[in-house]
Design a binder for this molecule. Structure first.
Ligand code: PHE
Length: 463
């Protein structure tokens, strides 16, 4: 195998699973899931999420895996190769635009996690905030951490510098290529993430009064289930499994020919679910133990305000804080790497330039674009387009529109227009293994998934 080829494939089965799980497990599982679960009926939302994963998530993931491995190219090149002379490559363009847009704001939030990790290590996050005992009055600590959040996120310079640090780390990892960069990073960070998460769980589950939180999380409140809960669960499934924008197409193009796609998708979905559930076991017992149940667990304040309050009450505050923000940073980093890779792979193939050059070319504009996103919380907070800050606009546009539209077209293409037998061929590794699910998966991709995703897409119009 030549040097360039070796960069274009994952080197081991564990490595490709770590990288794909690394892409899936990110801010979506760690902060979005608990917030969604809290406002959508706890275990009832969890059940829906599991159903959505089985019925929609895994089939769409298999669609992306199959296209990527059959086409062995980037999100754009796959469609050009599989259907030359047709316009299906536009799906790839859509994916690349989505991934680039998501990178701009995802890098900013990843920067915040790094900033909080930094301030946890120096201890300044907890400076000047008197710890509260369980059940006590949290209003002073509340105000304290709110002020810290404003200081860390809503000043112009510091968050930009941390965002740049995130982009530089990404650049360094991605320039090293698939096996030596992405795979190596995931092989190190993913096991660490699970260890830290389990350690945090052990602490929160043994807090006095933790049982109440666990009970709340595991008792489904079906009265909270409405059409919009179902739609939220579908949206959560897509985001948390990295579907709809060619990330998994790109990663699967680096899968060896003998990779079993069906079992890989099952493992990735299961791991993503396990992280979300473990995160529930961290958050709900902790907030119930400290009497913070009344707090609404909105994503950002949950992670950057409520949890520091919990850590401030624990013995070993700084250690837990460092572990948690390190966990969040690891999860976010392996996701950013996968999002940026979509564009790098495209630039590398399309412009026929080296991997390093493609990385630099892709990453450079991100320094400016993500800075603009970051300034949405300070200097540019009054600058609104369609009533939204740049950050919110990119988030809403990419997550709520580009991802579902991308997923619908991926399903339509594979279900109706791709070369015949492509899915079955990929699920059976060219007929060398048996696949009992290819018929069901095809049925879902043709009929069920496009309709259901369309519902996610148009639902906000009827709110
Ligand atoms: N799955 C990632 C998360 O849960 C986000 C992501 C979305 C990554 C789309 C890649 C593509 O945070």
């Amino acid at each position: 195998m030549s040097k360039t080829e070796s960069k274009m494939q994952f080197g081991s089965k564990i490595g490709l699973i770590a990288a794909t799980v690394g892409s899936a497990v990110g801010l979506g599982n760690i902060w979005r899931f608990p917030a969604e679960a809290q406002s959508n009926g706890g275990a009832a939302f969890l059940l829906l999420y599991v159903v959505c994963m089985l019925v929609l998530g895994i089939p769409v993931m298999l669609a992306e895996f199959s296209l990527g491995r059959a086409g062995r190219s980037d999100a754009f090149g796959v469609f050009r190769k599989l259907s030359p002379g047709k316009s299906w490559w536009l799906i790839g363009v859509l994916g690349i635009v989505a991934s680039y847009t998501i990178t701009c704001f995802y890098a900013v939030v990843t920067g915040w996690t790094l900033e909080y990790l930094f301030h946890s290590i120096t201890g300044s996050l907890y400076e000047g905030i008197a710890p509260v005992t369980a059940g006590g009055d949290f209003s002073v600590a509340d105000a304290g951490f709110q002020a810290k959040m404003a200081e860390y996120i809503s000043t112009p310079l510091a968050p930009i510098l941390f965002t740049w640090a995130v982009i530089l780390i990404n650049m360094f990892v991605l320039a090293r290529g698939v096996e030596k960069g992405i795979e190596k990073l995931s092989n190190i960070l993913m096991p660490m993430l699970f260890v830290v998460l389990i350690a945090l769980c052990c602490v929160t589950l043994t807090l006095p009064g933790a049982g109440e939180g666990v009970k709340w999380f595991l008792t489904p409140d079906f009265s909270k289930i409405t059409a919009s809960t179902v739609i939220n669960a579908m949206g959560q499934t897509f985001f948390s499994l990295s579907l709809g924008m060619g990330t998994l197409i790109t990663y699967a193009s680096y899968y060896p020919a003998n990779t079993r796609l069906a079992s890989t998708s099952g493992i990735v979905a299961a791991m993503s679910l396990v992280v979300a559930v473990l995160m529930g076991f961290v958050i709900f017992p902790a907030v119930s133990s400290f009497g913070l149940d009344g707090h609404s667990l909105v994503g950002t304040t949950l992670v950057f305000q409520t949890l520091p309050e919990v850590f401030a009450c624990l013995p070993g505050t700084q250690i837990w804080s460092i572990l948690f923000f390190a966990l969040l940073f690891m999860a976010a980093l392996t996701s950013t790497v996968s999002i940026i890779e979509v564009t790098i792979a495209f630039v590398h193939n399309k412009c026929r330039i080296s991997r390093v050059k493609a990385t630099v070319l892709t990453v450079l504009p991100l320094f400016v674009l993500s800075s603009l996103c970051s300034l949405s919380f300070s200097t540019l907070s009054d600058f609104k387009i369609f009533g939204m800050t740049i950050f919110d606009l990119l988030d809403v546009f990419a997550t709520n529109i580009l991802l579902p539209v991308g997923a619908i077209f991926i399903c339509i293409y594979l279900g109706w227009c791709a070369p015949k037998g492509l899915l079955k061929n990929e699920l059976t590794n060219g007929g060398t293994i048996r696949s009992r699910i290819s018929g069901t998966v095809m049925f879902i991709i043709r009929y069920v998934a496009p309709v259901m995703i369309l519902m996610v897409l148009v639902a906000p119009l009827f709110k």
